[in-house]
Structure formats: C-alpha cells, structure tokens
Ligand binder design. Structure first.
Ligand SMILES: *[C@@H]1O[C@H](CO)[C@@H](O)[C@H](O)[C@H]1NC(C)=O
Ligand SMILES: *[C@@H]1O[C@H](CO)[C@@H](O)[C@H](O)[C@H]1NC(C)=O
Ligand SMILES: *[C@@H]1O[C@H](CO)[C@@H](O)[C@H](O)[C@H]1NC(C)=O
Ligand SMILES: *[C@@H]1O[C@H](CO)[C@@H](O)[C@H](O)[C@H]1NC(C)=O
Ligand SMILES: *[C@@H]1O[C@H](CO)[C@@H](O)[C@H](O)[C@H]1NC(C)=O
Ligand SMILES: *[C@@H]1O[C@H](CO)[C@@H](O)[C@H](O)[C@H]1NC(C)=O
Ligand SMILES: *[C@@H]1O[C@H](CO)[C@@H](O)[C@H](O)[C@H]1NC(C)=O
Ligand SMILES: *[C@@H]1O[C@H](CO)[C@@H](O)[C@H](O)[C@H]1NC(C)=O
Ligand SMILES: *[C@@H]1O[C@H](CO)[C@@H](O)[C@H](O)[C@H]1NC(C)=O
Length: 517
C-alpha cells in the first residue's frame, strides 16, 4: 500500500495533484488534469496559446475537435502540443474552491522516476498511473522497452541491471491510440546495504488490558535506518486515519537518534465494540515484504468483591464446620485412628498397667453397683485389652493400704475413679494421698459419674475429691445403655485412656469403625 502511496506522490507529479500547480507533459502524449475535491459539476476553464475555453459550455464533439475530453473533475488532453501550454482552472460547482494548474509541454522528457532494488532479490519496476476515466478510455496496457524484463519484473536482480527503463501506457479512444511514456531509473544496491525494518513492539497476538471508557494508546515500534518506511494501523477493513478528531486514530513519530519509528494507535475512549476486534500494525517499505503484528484488547480484570466475599464466607463456613466436626467427633476420630491405623505412641514407659481402677464412695453420686463394676472391669480387660490394676485383686493384702495404692498408681498410666455403692470402705484420707500422688506424677485421671446424683448439693463433696474432680476428665455411666461396648460411654472412656499396650484378648473387629458412626 505504501508503495502505491509513495508512487502516487512522486509519480503523479506529472499528472495533476493540486498541490503541485505545475504539470509537465511531453508533446504528442496524452495527459490528464485532475481537479482535487471536484465532482460532476466541476467547471473547467483554460487560457493557453490555443485560446481561452470554457469547456463545460462545449459539446463532446466540439471538445474532441480541439483534442480535449472533460469527464467530471478530470480533463484529458489527448495529444499535447505546445499550443496546450498555459493555465487551466477548475472550480467545483459553487466556485468557492478554485484550483489552478500550470501546464508545461516540452519536447524532450527530463522527468525521471527512481526505483531501488537489492541484488539477488525480486524487483518490479513500476510504471506510474494517470487519471484516465476508465469508462471512456480502454487501457491497452503497459509496455516496457526491450531492455526491461517482461512486465518490468526481475526475478533476481543484479547490479548490472541498474539503468533507465521506459514504459509506455496506451489508451484507446474513438479508435485512436494515445500513449504516455515514463522513464524509471533503477538502482540496484548490494544486498548487504539492504535496510530492513522489523516491528519490535508489540508482540504478535499480544493482549492489551483496557478499561472501558478510558483512553488507551498502543505503540507500535519499528527500528529502521530509513524514515521512508510506512508504519500504520488497521483493523479488518478499516484503515485508521491520522485525524485526532476520530475516536480511534494513529500518529507516527520518527526518532532519528534511536532510528525508531513509532505508530501510536490512540483510542480516545475504549468502547465495548473495540474489544471484539483485531488490530494490526503493518510495516511497509519498498525493499521487503510487509511485516504485520496483530493485537487484541481485553477488559482489565477487576477484583470481584462478590467472589472475594464468597471466598471469605466459604472459608468461615469450612472453618466452623471443621471445628464443629472436630468437637463433636473428636472421640470417634481419635479412636478410629487409634484402632484402625494404630496411630498412638507405642513407646514403653515401663509401667505395667494401663489403668488403675479405684472405687470410692461419693457423697453426690449414687455410684455403680457391684454388677456394673464387674462389667466395667471385664469389658476393659477382655474386650479392649487394657491391663488393669484392681484394688481388690492386685493389691496384695498385708501391705499398708496407702503404700499399696501409691505403688499401683505408679505402675499405671491412668487412674480411673469409680463411684461405687456400697462404700468400698476406703478412707477419705486415701483420696488426699492419691491427689498428691497424681499431682506429683502427673498421671491422667478419669472420673466416672453416674447420671443420678444422690444429693443435689455438691458443696458437701469431700475436699480431696473436689480437687480430684477438677483435675480429671469425666465420663458418665448411663446404666443399661452404657453396657454395650459400642456406647458413647466406652468411646469416651477409651478416648481418655491411653491405647492399650497389649493386644486385646478379644480381637477388635472392624465394627469399631461402624461404632464411630
Ligand atoms: C499528435 O499530434 C502530432 C502533430 O501535432 C501528430 O503527428 C500525431 O500523429 C498525433 N498523435 C495522435 C495519436 O493523434
Ligand atoms: C491569458 O494569458 C495571457 C498571457 O498568457 C494574459 O495576458 C491574459 O491576461 C490571460 N487572460 C486571462 C483571462 O487570464
Ligand atoms: C462550496 O463547496 C465547498 C467544497 O465543495 C464547500 O465546503 C462549501 O461549503 C460550498 N459553498 C457554498 C456556498 O455552497
Ligand atoms: C507557468 O509556468 C511557466 C513555466 O514555468 C512560467 O513561465 C509561467 O509564468 C507560469 N504561469 C503561471 C500563471 O504561473
Ligand atoms: C503507442 O505505443 C505503442 C506501444 O508502445 C506503439 O506501438 C505505438 O506506435 C505508439 N503510438 C504512438 C502514436 O506513439
Ligand atoms: C539514477 O539514479 C542513480 C542513483 O540513484 C544516480 O546516481 C544516477 O545518476 C541516475 N541516473 C540518471 C540517468 O539519472
Ligand atoms: C500521538 O498521540 C498521542 C496521544 O494523543 C500523543 O501523546 C502524542 O504526542 C502524539 N504524537 C504526535 C507525534 O503527534
Ligand atoms: C529519541 O530518543 C532519545 C533516546 O531515547 C531521546 O533522548 C530523544 O529525546 C528522542 N528524540 C525525539 C525527537 O523524540
Ligand atoms: C482475530 O485473529 C484471529 C487469529 O489471527 C482470528 O482467529 C480471529 O477470527 C480474528 N478476529 C476477528 C474479529 O477478525
């Protein structure tokens, strides 16, 4: 595209852009004068040595007699001669905009168009275009002089191909062929002098984060040794222009120090519709194939307060549920781990008993009867495999009672206090001794209570028992319902007791897992 833009400005100089008020044409050739901004109502006047004409007042036949064809804003002089030299004026309908074209006709062409190519590369010579109205003239194509390759295309150009080539364009009008000839000076430069350019920024397929409603500038940067490269932005079929009044435009800057060309794509305000498009920055010069980089816009991800709140709520709920589950099922969980995975300390501490089961007479508690106590002992020993130190079995008669009890405590990992009725006959002084021993040895203490307090006032609880009661864990015996080994009583009790050091005599079946549930 830039090639054509470039060609247009350099090559159409001989044809008619309004900026160049002077047009040169070789005698005997066809020339088209183009009125910039004109339309179907364009008025053409001339003052030349041929005379003064108001072309719009003439019929087509009269125009042809003087060798002129007027078509909207184009005036064609079929066979330029010295008589056509002079001033041509065009004005659009309301005459407020007028353009002057000073036409010079010469006999020997001096105009030359230049073309640069690099050795060993494909090189095409371009023959300039003129504004011939296509619906009145038939183009008969372009011919190059015989030194030029076919269609002016070198498949691999050499330095020896440098030189001046001529091309002729022919147009057919009313059976007559009219020609225009151009000269093109080809310079073939060594390949190493090739001045290529690359787009450095942005990366292809890069995504740019934008905020809707905010402006955004995206810079496309190319390093190049020549500022003749063309760097511009487009999206699909839309080529952005440089008008700053457009909602999307681009501008280019050339930094000669850095040899950097920047094309900035400017969104004055990013809209929703901009997000769905691809934007391409294209680099063109006349010595290499064009380079493209395509980018897209994406909406900047805003922190979502809703999802943050959901996360917090979720976290709180999970924490609460975890705590609740743990509190509610800690007994089951730890027993499960202990029974099925063997997750418990197996280091021997040199003690011979898992627990010392000791009966006492409680003032507040009805206590377990002899039958319940037997059940308690046998389930602990038989079913769960605990080794127990029992007062009336393992304490040898003859020893001082207090010393024997202390020995038993020393040999046991836990002390389980069982309220019993009738009174086992241990003096309350013994409880004080036990309390001191427990405090000193830091032995675990488990209290078994019954659901039915004998007396409501706890104030009468013996002092020593009161102290022990505060220090120990409590498990409630619920009579018949606590008989079953799967009841919560047993779970609680086992939870507070250490894991038995010896395998139970009766193998624990996996039903323990079900017991948990
Ligand atoms: C243009 O005019 C010249 C002389 O004025 C004439 O010799 C030549 O044949 C003409 N060419 C055409 C194509 O009419
Ligand atoms: C036409 O051009 C001649 C000289 O080329 C000049 O003297 C004359 O005033 C011009 N006429 C108009 C109407 O411009
Ligand atoms: C005359 O035409 C020009 C461009 O075509 C336009 O900008 C201008 O408004 C027109 N003036 C009048 C008086 O119609
Ligand atoms: C037109 O161009 C010729 C040659 O350059 C010059 O002599 C002449 O004064 C110009 N006329 C006008 C009206 O600009
Ligand atoms: C126009 O160009 C063609 C092709 O180059 C050539 O054959 C023909 O003779 C030319 N005509 C005139 C009038 O110069
Ligand atoms: C063609 O261009 C080269 C450099 O671009 C220049 O040196 C040479 O003089 C030109 N040839 C003609 C005939 O103008
Ligand atoms: C291009 O546009 C941007 C944004 O409006 C601006 O900051 C920059 O200065 C402009 N550059 C030129 C060369 O106008
Ligand atoms: C070109 O770039 C250099 C280095 O970054 C900087 O100092 C200089 O101001 C720039 N020149 C222009 C015209 O922006
Ligand atoms: C953008 O480009 C990608 C790949 O280059 C293509 O798949 C997609 O269809 C394009 N989107 C639009 C809107 O052109």
């Amino acid at each position: 595209m830039a090639i054509f833009q470039l060609l247009f400005f350099t090559l159409t100089a001989g044809v008619c852009p309004v900026t160049s008020k002077e047009i040169r044409v070789k005698a005997g050739e066809i020339v088209a004068l183009y009125c910039e901004g004109g339309d179907g109502k364009t008025l053409w006047k001339s003052n030349s040595s041929q005379g003064m004409y108001l072309y719009n007042k003439m019929s087509a036949t009269e125009q042809r007699q003087i060798g002129v064809v007027v078509h909207e804003n184009i005036l064609v002089i079929l066979n330029a001669s010295i008589n056509h030299q002079g001033n041509y004026e065009c004005s659009s309908g309301n005459t407020s905009s007028q353009h002057w074209i000073n036409l010079t006709v010469y006999t020997q062409s001096k105009d030359m168009y230049s073309r640069k190519c690099f050795t060993e590369e494909f090189c095409k010579l371009y023959c300039p275009d003129i504004y011939i109205p296509a619906d009145k003239f038939t183009s008969k194509g372009t011919t190059w002089n015989k030194e030029a390759p076919e269609n002016g295309e070198f498949s691999s150009v050499e330095e020896k191909h440098s030189g001046v080539y001529t091309c002729t364009k022919s147009y057919l009008y009313h059976g007559q062929t009219y020609n225009v000839t151009f000269r093109v000076n080809l310079s073939v430069l060594p390949h190493k002098k090739r001045k290529t350019a690359e787009i450095q920024k942005p990366r292809n397929n890069e995504e740019f984060q934008v905020e809707l409603g905010s402006p955004k500038v995206i810079n496309c940067e190319a390093f190049t040794h020549s500022d003749t490269v063309s760097l511009f932005w487009f999206s699909g079929e839309t080529f952005f222009d440089k008008k700053e009044s457009s909602p999307v435009y681009y501008n280019t800057t050339w930094n000669n120090t850095e040899k950097k060309m920047t094309a900035s794509l400017v969104f004055t305000k990013v809209l929703e519709e901009h997000l769905s498009k691809n934007y391409t920055c294209k680099l063109e010069n006349d010595i290499q194939t064009p380079k493209f980089v395509t980018i897209t816009l994406t909406r900047k991800a805003r922190p979502s307060y809703i999802s943050l709140a959901v996360c917090i709520v979720f976290f709180v709920v999970v924490s609460v549920v975890t705590v609740v589950i743990y509190v509610k099922f800690k007994v089951d969980i730890s027993l499960f781990l202990r029974d099925t995975l063997g997750c418990h300390s197996s280091t021997s501490d040199g003690k011979s008993y898992d627990a010392f089961l000791m009966c006492y007479k409680s003032d507040t508690d009805e206590g377990l009867n002899a039958q319940d106590r037997k059940t308690l002992e046998s389930v602990l020993e038989e079913r769960f495999g605990y080794s127990l130190c029992l007062y009336d079995r393992d304490i040898l008669p003859g020893n001082a009672v207090a010393q024997a009890v202390l020995d038993c405590i020393e040999q046991s990992r836990t002390v389980v206090l069982v309220p019993t009725s009738p009174d086992p006959g241990l003096g309350s002084g013994l409880l004080s001794v036990i309390h001191e021993a427990l405090v000193e040895k830091q032995t675990r203490l488990v209290f078994i209570n019954t659901e039915t307090p004998e007396m409501s006032n706890s104030g009468s609880l013996q002092d020593a028992l009161q102290l022990l009661s505060e220090a120990g864990n409590h498990v409630t015996w619920k009579g018949m319902s606590s008989m079953l080994p799967s009841s919560s009583f047993w779970k609680q009790l086992r939870y507070y007791l250490p894991a038995p050091q010896h395998a139970p005599k009766m193998q624990l079946l996996p039903q323990t897992v079900q017991d948990v549930n």
